[in-house]
Design a binder for this molecule. Sequence first.
Ligand code: FES
Length: 103
Amino acid sequence: MSDWIRVAALDDVPPGTLHGVKVERTAIVLANVDGDVYALRDRCSHADFPLHDGVLMGETLECVHHGAKFDVCSGKATGLPAIRPVQSYEVEVRDDDVFIRLG
Ligand code: FES
């Protein structure tokens, strides 16, 4: 089991926004849903483009490239053209810092 890794300050990902980070050569997108932070692999399962430049609407991340939708809480694909999930990661917020576990 891997350790928790600090990936951002909480201020880097205000509520309603996405924020892309690199962790040990893995691209991660953080999503803040009403103060709860989630982390997904920053690669759309449709055509491998980054997700961090997409749009966050509630718990739904819409990929800006072809419109696929994902549930940021689980990584599940909820809108075509994506049919496969993206990997999600455990997140902890400690004080003003965001930590994830790559797993
Ligand atoms: S790359 Fe995301 S919808 Fe096509």
